[in-house]
Design a protein around this ligand. Structure first.
Ligand code: F0G
Length: 459
């Protein structure tokens, strides 16, 4: 008999207590934080789905590996284990450790991108966009049209629109396109995967114009699993084989090991370009640390090296993708509109559809995220006009984002099915009274990455 329940393929070895503060405490916390969930204290939250980044549980193997961490400033053994693990998957010549993904982006774009350039991506993540813009370049999102339609059901909604990519390079001129990036999976577009066929097509366009291709590889293993499940010809390949093929089409990659590195901190820049790696290493020494530790402890390098191996385990990936789909099914079967099909690391509630009475410049997804916290102590994150909109310099309404989403990101190996059932209950309750929610107004915001620190008031 084969039983159908897909279990968490681990048992719990060490626990951390969580508790639900009462309603009055939650309301006070919201006032204090200016209705910005980034301002909450972790103790004020019972289930924290703010991010899947650095929030997962490490395995006993990773903790054991950390005990062998070699803290040599230069040439640490742990670095060579880390480098071997990264090379094994990416096949790339140069591996530069960084403290997290955005540090890899910062050094890559600092050495490769100039003012006036255009960087195409299926969809830039917020830090990726900010790092491109910080160089005075333009970050252009070229995901396929269905990629911004929450209800369109497609196996690979993260794909790049290859025709728009070609037209963009022709219009801008290849000299002003220093690199093309593809984000796997497409986080800002709903955690949607990119197909191998699409990667091959993007590669062909890059070759046509002599432009390098980089992967934003944070969730490469989840993307590989979706390819195995959904793309003909890959059903019998291992996740590692699929991941290797994905990386084989790229000239380089940036990675946040806080996601599919199964670590709490870490990242890297990998590249086949000697000149970029030379310049990136020089900058790394200035901002992150010597090239054999890149701002990490030796024990962090060990945790990532082991995590990169564990993340490609089929039982793990099967559980991972299935447990995210379970949350998606729980709420969507109750009529809550979500981005379909569910992503790998998160479920994205479609706040524009759920709250049609709140216009984008009154931040419907922020209003929903706030209420999920107020009602049930659950923290998600707005991925909409707060994150991607821009204030109008003449004081009119913000330019709006392509979608208004609340992302419920599932930390890896951290919550059990009953935690997820509880989240489902909270979401369904709040969605049932969505028409009574009101929008928000921004009272204070910084020039960059406003969603982290902006303060709001209720309308
Ligand atoms: N690229 C993507 C696609 C990401 O999702 C992230 C981080 C980064 C780059 C930057 O990596 O955080 O290690 O500097 N995403 C997190 C999130 C923060 O919540 O989705 P980092």
């Amino acid at each position: 008999m084969e039983y159908r329940t897909i279990i968490e393929p681990f048992r719990i070895h060490s626990v951390q207590a969580i508790d639900l503060p009462d309603l009055a405490q939650r309301e006070r916390a919201l006032e204090r934080s200016g209705f910005n969930l980034f301002g909450l204290h972790a103790d004020e939250i019972i289930i924290d789905l703010l991010t899947d980044s650095g929030t997962g549980a490490m395995s006993s193997n990773q903790w054991a590996g950390m005990m062998r961490g070699d803290e040599s400033y230069a040439g640490s053994r742990s670095f060579f284990r880390f480098e071997a693990a990264v090379k094994d998957i990416t096949g790339m010549d140069e591996v530069i450790p960084t403290h997290q993904g955005r540090a890899a982006e910062k050094i890559l774009f600092s050495v490769a991108v100039s003012e006036g350039d255009v960087v195409p991506n299926n969809t830039h993540f917020d830090t990726t966009r900010a790092n491109v813009e910080y160089q005075g370049a333009e970050a252009r999102d070229l995901v396929i049209a269905e990629g911004t339609d929450p209800s369109a059901i497609l196996p690979f909604k993260g794909n790049m629109d290859v025709e728009r990519l070609r037209r963009t390079i022709e219009e801008v001129g290849p000299d002003r396109v220093p690199l093309v990036m593809v984000t796997v999976t497409n986080n800002s577009g709903g955690g949607q995967p990119v197909s191998m066929a699409n990667l091959r097509e993007v590669r062909a366009v890059c070759d046509e114009f002599g432009v390098p291709l980089y992967l934003d590889a944070c969730r490469f293993a989840e993307n590989a699993w979706f390819i195995k499940l959904r793309e003909p010809g890959y059903e019998d390949k291992t996740p590692r084989e699929i991941a290797r093929e994905m990386f084989s089409y790229a000239d380089g990659a940036t990675m946040s090991a806080k996601k599919d590195g199964l670590a709490n901190i870490g990242g890297f820049l990998a590249t086949n370009d000697q000149e970029i790696s030379l310049n990136a290493r020089n900058l790394l020494i200035l901002t992150e640390g010597f090239p054999t530790y890149g701002g990490l402890a030796g024990y962090d390098l060990e945790a990532v090296a082991i995590g990169l191996d564990e993340v490609l385990d089929e039982n793990y990936l099967n559980y991972r993708i299935r447990s995210t789909a379970y949350l998606a099914e729980t709420i969507s079967n109750a009529g809550v509109p979500i981005v379909q099909p569910p992503g790998g690391h998160a479920v994205y509630i479609d706040a524009a559809t759920l709250l049609p009475h709140i216009p984008p410049h009154e931040y419907p997804a922020q209003a929903l995220a706030i209420e999920l916290y107020r009602a049930g102590g659950v923290r998600g994150v707005e991925i909409g006009t707060v994150m991607f909109g821009r204030p109008d310099p003449s004081g009119g309404p913000d330019t709006s984002a392509a979608m208004e989403l609340v992302r419920l990101a599932v930390p890896r190996r951290t919550y059990t099915q009953s935690h997820i059932d509880y989240v489902g209950e909270v979401v369904i309750d709040v969605a049932g009274r969505a028409s009574s929610l009101r929008g928000l107004r921004i009272v204070d915001q910084p020039a960059w990455l406003r969603h982290f620190t902006a303060r709001f008031s209720r309308l």
